[in-house]
Design a binder for this molecule. Sequence first.
Ligand code: G6P
Length: 365
Amino acid sequence: SRVDKAGFKHFMAKEIAEQPTVLADALRGYLNGNTIFLPDTLPDFAKVDRLVMVACGTAYYACLTAKYWFEQIARLPVEVDIASEFRYREPPISKGTVAIFVSQSGETADTLAALRYCKGKAETILSVVNVDQSSIARESDVALPIHAGVEVGVASTKAFTCQLNTLLLLALNAANQRGTISDTDLASTLSNLRALPGLFNAALDRDPVMADAATQIAEARDVLFLGRGLMYPLALEGALKLKEISYIHAEAYASGELKHGPIALIDKTVPVVVMAPRDALFEKTVSNMQEVMARGGRVCLITDAAGAEAAGDDVWRTVVLPEVDPILTPLLYALPAQLLAYHAAVAKGTDVDQPRNLAKSVTVE
Ligand code: G6P
């Protein structure tokens, strides 16, 4: 079937906008009521000792996010690595290890080479892919489709949220097998997940606010992204998105690391994007923001209503998202991060769908 821009200016804009529908479809591919349907060929996670997760680029940040889920919900230790580093380090892989490779294209050379390294070492080779007939899918014991549909924009958007969705379902399934989640908690998480496409629509409605902040941020030379917990990998993904398509230098730090280096960079020319729903650690994030603002830094806070209220009036821009189950924040907060990068690129007049020097699928090492 022909893929066109469906009236959008760029494929990326279309792929961001279609995420409510795409997520709803992806969920239908895996869920029936409160039952998660996964292939029988998957290992019993009660018998698994550890996971290694390997990927590149955006898929790597999906793995970093999933580490929090597998560790907190399923109590499984997880090692995450970049494919090009993993292989050449020759890491020992013990028998009870499941090796997970995440790749939109399924053709990334470094990820494929890392997969081949794990063959005969890991218990199971599992991949999470968007292209079912890809090399990575074919060489795996089990390949889980993310059901994102064709993604054209070089900067990954809907594939990222669908990778997160698949990995979360896998983590919940593992938790269920390992007895680390109660039936009630599982049922409530799944029902919140089914409601997420509706919250995606509400997040996309924040587009004008995001566009306004992005247009101003586009004038900066450097941008810092901060987040903690599940929002830390997302800060990394937000910075990558911005770099890739707007060519603005962006870096992400775990909020708690601000004082150990990056705070030296803060002045009025450096916008700081903080992603922080109001959670148990929000007060700590507020003091991080105050340190930034005391040095003239402009804070763009992406949060919920409670967070916006607690943050005070000195914040330069506040983007208010609906309240969401804390486990699901990475999926919801991905949307404003994508919109920020998109609008910054549009403001700079760059080639959004085909950024310089980048390829959609990198089949060379
Ligand atoms: C390229 C793309 C990135 C992507 C990465 C991994 O560098 O430009 O957007 O995240 O490859 O791609 P994969 O297909 O393995 O997910």
